[in-house]
Design a protein around this ligand. Sequence first.
Ligand SMILES: [Fe+2]
Ligand SMILES: [Fe+2]
Length: 344
Amino acid sequence: MKDNPISAQDASAHGTVLVIDDDEQIRGLIVRLLRPMGHALEEAASAEEGLEKLRARPPDLVLLDMQLPGRSGHEVLAEIRADPRTRLIPVVMITGAATHERKLKAIEAGVTDFIDKPFSPEELVARVRALLELKLVTDALEDAEQVIIALARTIDARDRYTYGHSARVSLYAGLLGERIGLERRVLATVRQGALFHDFGKIAIRDAVLLKPAKLTDEEYAEIKRHPREGRDLLQNMKTLAQAMPVVYHHHERMDGSGYPDGLSGHSIPIAARVTTIADVFDALTTARVYRVALSREEALGIMMEEVRKGWWDGRLLEEFRGVLTTLPADDARILRLSDSPRRI
Ligand SMILES: [Fe+2]
Ligand SMILES: [Fe+2]
């Protein structure tokens, strides 16, 4: 490293590149080309070594030989995409004379780009730089999503009675959605939407939101603004756009007596109907300022009544009963989500 003026810390600030190739000469060439650009380099001579390094310290970019001995580059790629910690890392496959079919297979498995051997040094350097820039943007988006999720938690935390409410609603609604066989995308809407369903409460005053007595008509009207407020706050965030049907419609009722749009029956998005069941159930089974927590059976009894009144989707409520038989009230997931740091 004597001839390299860039310290290890500086280098990792320019992005870490992991080169997985059994050919020592190719690895050496790539390292010689990229190190002067300020990138930190890691090398692996086999699929196993590569995966080990990937897991120990996920890099910002992987240069992967397609034809590794033992496990192929395709298998390594599949493992990278399957692990949540590494699935967003760009992977460039270095190919010799790869067939069209093998390239197609790699594209289906989520490869980011190819570089054909023999490659031009300028092309390699330029591609690596461009992909590392892109990775910076992806990282920033991921961070932003974490910030938003943390923010969503603070809404529940404003009131010790609702602590963990959104996370529990997301758990219940996700299980209900799975049970009725919702398609993957709709299920994602349910889970994310449930987590943010009350986001709009951020715009409601504490004096109204936390009032320990009966609300006046005006105060109730203010509470009822939260689905619209939620929509207005979230609609410009691309990562949360899929949550919108739930955020906006989770207070609709089957007979059209809900809000904000008074939709009825199946014109209420299924993701919202599923979340509503979970929302009402969680509200009834946790203590509120104005009453103690009801038992699961009491809550289901009340909700059955409300199905008869025309409020909730009866078929979904029946399915939800099924979900509860597989999810005891003292299930570790529920307890963990309900463990309020502010509870005395
Ligand atoms: Fe709500
Ligand atoms: Fe809620």
